[in-house]
Design a binder for this molecule. Structure first.
Ligand SMILES: Cc1ncc(COP(=O)(O)O)c(C=O)c1O
Length: 402
């Protein structure tokens, strides 16, 4: 029967997202794996109230089909947020589209732009869920390395000169998943210049953007857009709750018109009950106050992670220094395969888990990196887990040298 499946699903290949988080049931297990926000910080009571109000608002009609666009009032709020917080000064409600999580935004944009074999650029490493979506459109990937201030823009320019058919670039500009780094202001401006010069579209994916613990926020790439080439994508998953499955994007009206066509084909409508509930939540609570609370707590965990890196990582091991978001990226000498290390030593012996680098690369060809989450653990757990990881790496490196 599998011969009937479309080529794009490659039944012989596991999903990139499968097995990312190893199962580990030890009492003293410490998991640096999750990309999930801290549950104890969810505004659960306020959200329940917002849902109850949404359910009561229109009687039986509440539960009827509504529209693909969702509530205008919510899009109005988000357009205001885009103007004020994202510096997308011309954003109107008509430029805002609600999606089923940021993930659907990624998928719809890929569907909009990619024919089989089309040339696109991703960062190396990049968000594994985006690759899981892009893979289904069978593009030709070109990779740009990540540097401490975001993607290597000179390398990108060299690529664009060599491959003028590149039509799409995907970037996580703020507190990269998995890299932890943030694209500098100068690179943001240069990226838009390059898009205009070499004629490609940019998807700026920013679920972590509001979660900045130190330093000043940078203008979005979209804020420099002069030709409607940038699609800005955000999500409520990390700043409110992932189960809402609500994301939003800002794009030119002619881009949105086609994205709506694709969304109707995919799922007909925004989950209007959730959209109404989130609109109520935003009307009755300050999202920015909630984010400030999250940032206060996450800052403590980020500081614990930076301290633990400085204390426990042996020579030859490097880690990025995130100013926000959920992750730091650790690079170890090429002699160490982080997938083997995870399953043969880190989980069974040290009872620690991380996400190994392989699936974060388009061609799965980098095996000496790991993603560490720091927002899901207490400072004491971070310290303990990083001590175990440091000991393990130091031991492995000594063995290699001898
Ligand atoms: C960079 C990035 N983009 C998009 C998503 C998708 O998030 P959601 O669909 O929950 O909004 C995630 C989730 O981890 C992410 O890290």
């Amino acid at each position: 029967m599998e011969n009937l499946f479309a080529d794009r699903v490659h039944p012989e290949t596991a999903s990139r997202l499968a097995g990312l988080f190893p199962v580990m049931d030890y009492d003293d297990a410490i998991k640096f794996t999750a990309g999930a926000p801290a549950e104890n910080l969810f505004p659960s009571d306020e959200m329940k109230q917002a849902y109850l109000a949404a359910m009561a608002a229109e009687g039986d009609h509440t539960f009827q089909y509504h529209t693909v666009e969702g509530p205008y009032e919510l899009r109005e709020r988000l357009a205001k947020r885009a103007r004020e917080r994202m510096k997308i000064t011309d954003a109107k409600p008509e430029n805002v589209m609600l999606t089923a999580g940021g993930q659907q935004g990624i998928d719809l944009v890929a569907k909009l732009l990619l024919n089989k074999g089309d040339a696109m650029v991703v960062e190396a490493p990049t968000y594994v869920g985006a690759l899981a979506s892009f893979d289904m459109y069978e593009p030709t990937y070109y990779e740009v390395n990540l540097e401490a201030d975001g993607m290597a823009i000179d390398q990108l320019e060299t690529l664009l000169r060599a491959h003028p058919d590149i039509k799409f670039l995907y970037t996580v500009a703020d507190f990269h998943n998995p890299g932890g780094v943030t694209l500098s202001l100068a690179k943001r401006q240069r990226l838009v210049e390059l898009a205009n010069q070499y004629d490609f579209m940019i998807l700026e994916d920013t679920p972590y953007r509001d979660l900045r613990y130190v330093g000043e926020s940078l203008p979005t790439i979209k804020s420099f857009d002069t030709e409607g080439r940038v699609i800005f994508l955000s999500s409520f998953s990390k700043v409110l709750m992932p189960a809402l499955r609500l994301g939003w994007l800002v794009a030119d009206e002619k881009v949105l018109k086609q994205l709506y066509k694709l969304k109707e084909g995919a799922d007909l409508e925004v989950p209007n009950l959730t959209a109404a509930a989130v609109n109520n939540f935003l009307a009755n609570n300050s999202l920015d106050d909630h984010i400030a609370k999250l940032n206060q707590e996450y800052l403590i965990r980020q500081q614990a992670m930076l301290k633990a890196i400085a204390t426990y990582m042996p020579e030859g091991v490097t880690a990025t220094k995130p100013e926000g978001g959920f992750f730091t990226w650790v690079t170890v000498p090429e002699s160490i395969n982080t997938t083997d290390l995870l399953y043969n030593e880190a989980t069974p012996n040290q009872h620690i888990a991380y996400v190994p680098s392989k699936n974060f690369y388009a061609y799965k060809d980098h095996t000496n990196g790991m993603r560490l989450n720091f927002t899901g653990l207490t400072p004491a757990q971070i310290d303990d887990g990083m001590k175990r990881l440091g000991t393990l790496l130091a031991d492995r490196l000594t063995k290699v040298i001898n």
